[in-house]
Design a binder for this molecule. Structure first.
Ligand code: ZN
Length: 248
């Protein structure tokens, strides 16, 4: 792990110039598929591009069961991570240096189920089904987004892993989030009508990941339905999609 970190640091200088130029084909991919990128003011678009590029260069994208990782895969998966961390100081999910991509849902021998994505801190890997990832972005307002969901898990883990990106989430907001999550999970488990789908009641980690899907895909309704939770997540990530998407 230490060796890989050093390799990356040694690589920073050599790729520094590449960070400055965002390829036109990458910009076209964002313009075509990222609703979030498209509503950003111009200066923020440039900041977003820089972060996406740096994310791309800091990861190993590995194809599983198909020949080659495409530019679209690299750009859009990196854009999902950048979207979540955009209000924070520069966070690139350092611990997770591998992105494994399956063409479709994949079978996990561990829990004998088909998966759309998962985050594996032991492997330092974020694992995604590309088909499911694309489905998530096909409708940016339906509150289903595997990319956002898995990146939310990754951020939650990264915050607790002792490395250069340790403890970057505001502790007080996390504490408040935990309190609200506990009471909302109880409501979900009692089967009460809820703004979130029932899967959010699984545990606090899934509650966080599902909450961020709604945060980015139904922000106005979220703010109206669960205002304190919305405000807490907005403070935690230092951004407010309900206001951002007003410009849409
Ligand atoms: Zn999950």
């Amino acid at each position: 792990m230490r060796k890989m970190t050093l390799l990356f640091q040694g690589d920073v200088l050599s790729v520094a110039t590449r960070y400055r130029v965002f390829p036109v084909k990458y910009r076209h991919i964002l313009q075509k598929y990222s609703a979030y990128y498209n509503v950003l003011p111009l200066a923020d678009k440039q900041k977003f591009q820089k972060r996406v590029l740096r994310f791309i260069h800091s990861k190993r994208f590995i194809s599983r069961g198909f020949s080659k990782v495409t530019d679209e895969m690299k750009v859009l998966i990196s854009a999902a991570a950048t979207q979540l961390t955009f209000g924070l100081p520069q966070i690139y999910l350092t611990h997770f240096d591998k992105i494994l991509i399956y063409p479709d849902t994949y079978y996990s021998t561990i829990n004998k189920m088909y998966h759309v994505g998962e985050v594996n801190p032991r492997m330092g890997a974020i694992i995604l089904s590309w088909k499911s990832f694309v489905d998530g972005y096909a409708d940016p307002t339906d509150s289903f987004n595997v990319g956002i969901h898995e990146m939310a898990h990754a951020i939650h883990f990264e915050n607790r892993i002792r490395n250069s990106e340790f403890d970057f989430l505001d502790a007080e907001s996390l504490y408040v989030f935990g309190k609200i999550a506990a009471s909302e999970i109880s409501r979900l488990r009692r089967g009460e009508p809820h703004f979130f789908r029932s899967y959010a009641g699984t545990n606090e980690h899934e509650f966080f990941a599902v909450a961020l899907e709604y945060f980015f895909e139904k922000p106005v309704e979220f703010r109206g339905s669960l205002p304190l939770l919305y405000k807490t997540l907005s403070t935690l990530l230092n951004q407010d999609p309900a206001e951002l998407y007003k410009l849409r």
